[in-house]
Design a protein around this ligand. Sequence first.
Ligand code: ATP
Ligand code: MG
Length: 271
Amino acid sequence: MSIDQVRAYFGFTKMPFGKALAPSALYKSHGHQEAVARIAFLVGEAAIGVVTGEVGSGKTVAARAAVAELEPSRHSIVYLPNPAVGARGLYAELVSRLGAEPRFHKAALIAQATSLLAAECSERGRRPVVLVDEAHLLDSSQLEELRLLTSSEMDSANQFALILIGQPLLRARLRLGSFAALEQRLALRYVVPPMSPEETAGYVSHHVKLAGRADTLFSDDAVARVHQAARGLPRAVNNLARQALVAAYAAKAAIVDDKAARSAVAEMSAE
Ligand SMILES: Nc1ncnc2c1ncn2[C@@H]1O[C@H](COP(=O)(O)OP(=O)(O)OP(=O)(O)O)[C@@H](O)[C@H]1O
Ligand SMILES: [Mg+2]
């Protein structure tokens, strides 16, 4: 059995519950919209903030959606997907994203990053927006570097937005005494909530519609089971819903009923 057979069986134009969605095709759950609005606020205020949420809750998707709405000529977006890139990594990455050759020595590198950020504003009229994803992976020295970067920003007129995105652990780490200075500078902390049962139902039908089917394909009890097993987390919903489609296909069922959902849950939890 191939995914293409499953796709053809249900008459989908493409397999639903994929991850490559355009920002305009995203499901606008409450948490998603709130996260996007908070990120936009931080950008507008040139402030520092933290967005956390469980694995697969939609943090990165929300960050991408927020960035997509920014006027490109007025912002300079630096998205750092993974800070676990070594000791020099963060600043070196920042500097090269801003179009310069990173200096070798750490102190020079930090000064270079600071002045490049300043030049974006003063010379190009663009506000730098730095997004650090998977920020729970920042080690202590990287957090200290961020503190330095943000305090130099505070002391001058130069403004940039810094958004730290990561798993719930990130908030706990920032609360530790040594990062109090950074923690105190946070304009907001937002926790992306899981979807409610109603939202999961809306999410599932949204994906089914995007795949080209306007009718109801998942039974209510199947959706309820998927929601419960996935705890309302979009990535887990995707995985279970795809698996349930496969189970329904294997059973030659016309819709995804609770039996298919149950078998998907059993299969996913057996992994
Ligand atoms: N609003 C949404 N509309 C449609 N799909 C979504 C939405 N939010 C999340 N998803 C789906 O859920 C998947 C997981 O989302 P995302 O990668 O943003 O989670 P995350 O919180 O960044 O997870 P991690 O902690 O693993 O980085 C996405 O690949 C996407 O398929
Ligand atoms: Mg992510």
